[in-house]
Design a protein around this ligand. Structure first.
Ligand code: MTE
Length: 335
């Protein structure tokens, strides 16, 4: 990433998004098995295998997420039947520029991130601003596991079981004013623990933003964990958002401030390259990046560079759920 209308309503899940409970439970059992073997791998050394990352060292696992309900997602579109990306790949092939620009850097460097105590400041056009401790955020709403496709703007994708709850639960709790039209996410920028903060690669802190209706959409997940465990630092511990129908860079990691505003907030990649990364950044195979096509993607873990590419889907396959947010909008203009 370095610089060098259709209307269906999200109340109606598309059939492929509905997972029969028995199938889902089998998958959870498989997941636990996979988790077990990854621990084994940590002892014996990682052999590479199908990974798309090429990162050699097995990652340390932060442990169970205490409040994980483990419940199947009640949100339509919250579960896909696609094969999960391995924990190893999802935690060793990352973008987290505060810790370096190479995909292997975050797993290597993010151990310095101090995730406790952690506070998220709620500010701006809101009735209940304040400093919210992570512990309180964790308890605010029942958490569930959501299996989302994640499509990075660079052309690769993963399928990850995230744990959290709809950001809407927090937004409702803090009561934004009617004048609030956007939500800005500000992430940690701590030179002492993040070696690349201060480098000129981005304008720090890394910020992101959503329109209020996007932030309120039930698929937008305030995320505390993945694979049933606490978020590893390199994936944005202790709290991040995941917005599955947008390119991965919209999913801000290690959030310290959520600000309600009446103006479209600046975003990290838009500030870095205005003509390449727009505010909306909805996954769209018909709107190419100025320097490459977005029509296909490479699923990480699927046979490396020579694997057959997949066709990228409009809104990353979540069109039935989110298409109505953009009715009448020119998606080429608002890219
Ligand atoms: N958040 C912060 N604070 N800093 C970053 O560099 N990178 C983004 C996003 N969130 C980034 C960030 C990009 S480009 C992607 S693709 C996703 O995080 C990657 O998330 P993952 O490593 O958990 O897959």
């Amino acid at each position: 990433m370095l610089i060098s209308s259709r209307h269906s309503g999200f109340d109606h899940p598309i059939p492929s998004d509905i997972t029969p409970r028995s199938v889902y439970e089998d998958r959870r059992a498989l997941l636990r098995l996979a988790a077990g073997s990854a621990v084994g791998v940590a002892v014996s050394g990682w052999a590479g295998g199908q990974s798309g990352s090429g990162a050699g060292a097995a990652v340390a696992r932060p442990g169970k997420l205490d409040l994980l309900a483990g419940a199947t997602s009640g949100v339509p579109g919250g579960v896909t039947m696609e094969k999960l990306t391995s924990y190893q790949d999802a935690t060793s092939y990352n973008n987290f520029y505060e810790f370096g620009t190479d995909k292997a850097d975050p797993a290597r460097n993010a151990h310095t991130l101090k995730t406790a105590p952690w506070t998220v400041n709620i500010e701006g056009l809101v009735k209940k601003p304040g400093a919210y401790a992570l512990e309180d955020l964790l308890k605010l709403s029942a958490q569930e596991e959501r299996i989302y496709r994640m499509r990075c703007v660079e052309g690769w994708s993963m399928v990850i079981p995230w744990v959290g709850y709809s950001l809407a639960a927090l937004i409702k709790k803090v009561e934004p004013l009617a004048s609030a039209k956007y939500v800005e996410f500000v992430t940690l920028a701590d030179k002492a623990t993040m070696p690349f903060v201060g480098s000129r690669v981005l304008d720090w802190p890394y910020t992101e933003g959503l329109r209020m209706d996007e932030a309120m959409h039930p698929l937008t997940l305030l995320t505390f964990g993945m694979y049933g465990e606490v978020l590893p630092n390199q994936n944005g511990a202790p709290v991040r958002i995941v917005v599955p129908w947008k390119y991965g860079f919209k999913s801000a990691k290690s959030i310290v401030k959520i600000r309600f505003t009446d103006k479209e907030p600046g975003t990290a990649w838009n500030k870095a390259a205005r003509n390449e990364y727009g505010f909306y950044s909805n996954v769209n195979p018909d709107v190419d990046h100025p320097r490459w096509s977005q029509a296909t993607e490479r699923r990480i873990g699927e046979g490396g560079l020579f694997a057959k590419k997949r066709k990228t889907l409009l809104f990353n396959g979540y069109e039935a759920q989110v298409g109505q947010l953009y009715t009448g909008m020119d998606l080429k203009k608002f890219f």
